[in-house]
Ligand binder design. Structure first.
Ligand code: ZN
Length: 437
């Protein structure tokens, strides 16, 4: 089966509902950049896709960084004088600043206050805070709850450990007929938030499921990594593999109701940048093409000058541009199944272009070949086939070995899918020969 056939036979709303179901299972797991929660997350993904789990010991040098100690949390609360848990990790894993050092003591509200984080402008939402590389502790809570706390003594517990262990990441490899690779990367380290980034995790997993069942020219490598340190760790351990990457995509924030935003690669004019522009133009609805910047997600590691990989980034509303970003309001209701399904469909459209974007040589380049004699005009009479005479003429005219099918589609203003079908028909009649693998 080809990708386009998989797309044609799929109900993307059903796929979206299934992705949302997996998201609901992943949501309560207390995750951070290391620890049991990360391994448990990969364990759930492994129920759906073939996943190799890599464990890298704490202290390992990775490029300019070191793998940090592993952080695990069992319980955390703030109890008032009556013994009631005012803040309780069991209610939300966002309540503790990620990588908090352990603490257990009684303290006054005044002493406690510098360790409490809230959002006065959104008093019902819990913020998301991390302290990966500082030795500190803290709680995140709804501002409304904080305002109700009276002066007095509180029992504070963070039952965490921060000790030598591992950084864990998951990798799913789907070999293709070529050793050239497409890298799909997503961060999977955030606790209890759905758009950023369980949406990226479940869409990547469903993409892997879809691609596992289709013909593949490229080899696909999916990495489920903790943000920043995970990408740096993967690059440090895979310098050789990285040289085989022909295209790549960082996935995040794919479940909100906003239009698509594609952020170009560092090169700015890579084949995937052209392909993304083409497929986005073909779709209804708002979208934007953004220029590369060394901020955002792991595209900045893959696009660091020593690697300079052609890896773009796809989101719906980008990080930091929706109010729910990095708060408890980025929850299961904020992410819509139909948005997840549409994101999956778009990425498959993009990969279908990359898979089929080849250069051809016209084997009858002197004058136009007589298409009627070969039945090519007749075979395209049926509208269901989708090939137009104009597409045949464009492919024949431009196939001098220099132009790819995507170049031709853009120059002709014809959808790539139509141009590709025309090329396949011409190849079947020995009028074209593919030049690259
Ligand atoms: Zn984030």
């Amino acid at each position: 089966m080809k990708i386009r056939e998989w797309i044609a036979q799929s109900d993307f709303l059903q796929e979206g509902l299934a992705m949302h179901g997996l998201m609901a299972r992943l949501y309560p797991i207390p995750r951070s950049i290391t620890g049991e929660g990360y391994r448990e997350t990969l364990g759930l993904l492994a129920e759906h896709i073939p996943l190799e789990v890599h464990q890298v010991p704490s202290g390992t040098q990775v490029l300019d960084w070191r793998v940090p100690d592993e952080w695990n949390i069992r319980d955390a609360y703030i109890k008032d004088a009556s013994g009631r848990r005012v803040v309780d990790l069991r209610q939300s894993s966002l309540h503790v600043v990620s990588y908090s050092t352990p603490v257990h003591r009684c303290m006054s509200l005044e002493e406690l206050r510098p360790h409490l984080h809230s959002l006065p402008d959104d008093p019902d939402w819990i913020p998301y805070r991390t302290a990966y590389y500082e030795k500190t502790w803290g709680f995140c809570m709804a501002h409304r709850v904080l305002e109700e706390m009276k002066e007095g003594q509180y029992e504070v517990l963070i039952d965490s450990t921060l000790e030598a262990g591992h950084l864990t990441y998951g990798e799913c490899l789907l070999p293709g007929s070529s050793a050239q690779e497409v890298l799909i990367s997503t961060h999977a380290c955030h606790p209890a938030m759905c758009n950023d980034n369980l949406s990226g995790v479940v869409v990547a997993a469903w993409l892997a499921r879809a691609l596992a069942g289709v013909e593949r020219r490229f080899t696909y490598r999916f990495v489920f990594i903790p943000a920043t340190i995970g990408a740096i760790t993967w690059l440090a351990r895979n310098e050789r593999e990285a040289t085989r990457i022909r295209h790549g995509l960082v996935l995040a924030c794919l479940g909100d109701g906003g239009g698509f935003n594609y952020k170009r690669t560092r090169q700015g004019d890579a084949e995937i940048d052209q392909a993304a522009a083409h497929v986005l133009r073909q779709r209804p609805g708002e979208h934007a093409m953004l220029d590369f910047s060394p901020y955002g997600y792991d595209e900045r590691q893959y696009g660091s000058p020593g690697f300079n990989l052609p890896i773009g980034s796809l989101t719906r509303t980008p990080n930091g541009r929706f109010p729910e970003y990095h708060t408890s309001a980025d929850d299961l209701d904020f992410v819509r199944p139909e948005a997840l399904g549409e994101s999956l469909a778009l990425i498959l459209d993009l990969l279908e272009v990359l898979e089929g974007n080849r250069r051809y040589l016209n084997l009858n380049p002197k004058g136009e070949p007589q298409l009627g004699r070969r039945g090519l005009y007749r075979s395209i009479g049926g509208a269901d086939i989708g090939i137009t005479p104009l597409a045949l003429l464009w492919v024949l005219n431009q196939s001098d070995g220099g132009m790819s099918l995507l170049d031709i589609a853009q120059r002709a203003g014809i959808p790539f899918a139509v141009i590709r079908l025309a090329a396949e028909a011409l190849e079947a009649h020995d009028l074209l020969r593919a030049l690259d693998g």
